[in-house]
Write a protein that binds this ligand. Structure first.
Ligand code: GLU
Length: 428
């Protein structure tokens, strides 16, 4: 079926507008918060290995920094657009606010495909990006982190370039760095684990035992892998994983109705999340079309890949058995799908609450860098669990009390905190 072309920025603004209407947000606050406060569009010349110079385009967008420095990842994606980065920067503002960490929202993106670039080319791209942006970033202005297809090594190259330019050590200026180089233990697992902490609580408030549940996940990158690991460790049965296959340029769903061994599947994926198809077949996994992950007879759907995956069209395929959707990805659901999810009586854990574990651990990383003292992994997970669980119950309780959809309740809490910070600063 032909898919409508959804623009994530239009989606982010329409979600914001509808909650702004519900809470009667004043006009100036709406005008301020429905768009980014500043944007940087950069060109990055990179010397390629074959001796040519290629110009890459990139963005860094600060949506709002009333509660603290702008914070958010840098995505590497061949189809990156300014509007996607705008939307993601807005969602970062709400994400940091809903888990109540003292940071604002920002996001970056570079139009590139690291899967086709050598390590040297990737390093020069990272350094070139920072050379263009060093004046508008840093620990008290804007703090980047990894995101889609960017990783700890990229962050360290970026930080090294920043420190070379500024002539000091600023480990809190970029998060998601390698452990031992200012990174926090647990950062790799944090987003995926956070998804499952909120799922665990969602099951608890719905009186469902996780051990009796089945789930299907979209994606097998960093977020999805660790979500899948913790979900199965807690006793859930994961029966399907859908994942982009970069060799065949299409997505596949791998299924095992007896439950997938996540460890084994993780051992046959490459560093960008592509599962080796032949090895998966050798393991006895069933191969289905990429879109089939959403049509499984499971209790839980975990969209942990990209934007716009849950639409009115794809929702037609969702089984009546589905009770909970936890949005591990940013913006996986289009606004015209929310009414259908409500009508189907599916309990939703919205993206900027569900996947806030990554940025929460980034905040812990900054705290540890500032103290120059690093916590054991157990302590990181304990603090992460506490933050995520507290935020989840604040949203759930508001939703119960006012009979709201979970996404709207999360927006209400976040918008209220950010608008209030803007007021206290005298911006409004
Ligand atoms: N990229 C992650 C996100 O979308 C983490 C951002 C961060 O750690 O700053 O939430």
């Amino acid at each position: 079926m032909e898919q409508k072309n959804y623009n994530p920025y239009v989606s982010a603004q329409s979600q914001f507008d509808s909650v702004a209407d519900m809470i009667g947000l004043e006009q100036a606050a709406r005008d301020l918060l429905r768009q980014p406060s500043r944007e940087f569009h950069v060109t990055i010349p990179v010397k390629m290995d074959d001796g040519t110079t290629k110009i890459f385009n990139g963005y860094r967008i600060h949506h709002n920094d009333a509660r603290g420095p702008a914070k958010g990842g840098i995505r590497f994606h061949p189809e990156e657009t300014a509007d996607t980065v705008r939307a993601l920067s807005m969602w970062m503002t709400w994400k940091c606010a809903v888990v109540d960490i003292p940071l604002g929202g920002g996001k970056g993106g570079i139009i590139c495909d690291p899967r086709t670039m050598s390590l040297g080319e990737q390093e020069r791209l990272c350094r070139g990006y920072i050379r263009q942006l060093s004046k508008v970033m840093g620990p008290v202005i804007d703090v980047p982190a990894p995101d889609v297809m960017s990783n700890a090594q990229h962050m360290l190259w970026m930080l090294d370039e920043y420190e070379t330019i500024t002539g000091g050590h600023y480990p809190g200026g970029i998060t998601g760095k390698p452990v031992g180089m200012g990174g926090s233990l647990g950062r790799t697992e944090a987003t995926g684990y956070g998804v499952i902490y909120t799922l665990r609580e969602a099951l608890r408030v719905n009186n469902i035992d996780i051990k009796s549940t089945t789930a299907s996940i979209q994606g097998f990158g960093n977020v999805a892998e660790y979500a899948a690991r913790l979900y199965t460790e807690l006793g859930g049965k994961l029966i399907a994983i859908s994942c982009w296959d970069n060799d065949n340029k299409k997505a596949y769903t791998y299924r095992c109705l007896d439950g997938i061994d996540v460890d084994r599947v993780a051992s046959i994926k490459d560093k960008f999340g592509t599962i080796n198809k032949q090895k998966a077949l050798d393991m006895g996994l069933e191969l289905l079309d990429g879109s089939e992950w959403i049509a499984q007879d499971v209790d839980i759907l975990l969209p942990c890949a990209l934007e716009n995956q849950i639409t009115p069209e794809t929702l037609e395929k969702v089984s009546d058995t589905v009770k909970i959707i936890c949005e591990g990805a940013n913006g996986p659901t289009t606004p015209d799908s929310d009414d259908i999810i409500k009508a189907k009586n599916i309990y939703l854990v919205p993206d900027f609450l569900c996947n806030a574990g990554g940025v929460t651990c980034s905040y812990f990383e900054q705290v540890q860098c500032n103290m120059n003292y690093f916590w054991p992994k157990e302590e990181v997970f304990e603090k992460l669990d506490f933050k995520m669980t507290t935020a989840f119950h604040a949203v759930h309780n508001l939703a119960q009390e006012k009979n709201l959809y979970m996404r709207d309740a999360a927006y209400m809490i976040a918008i209220d905190r950010v608008a209030n910070a803007c007021k206290l600063r005298g911006w409004l």
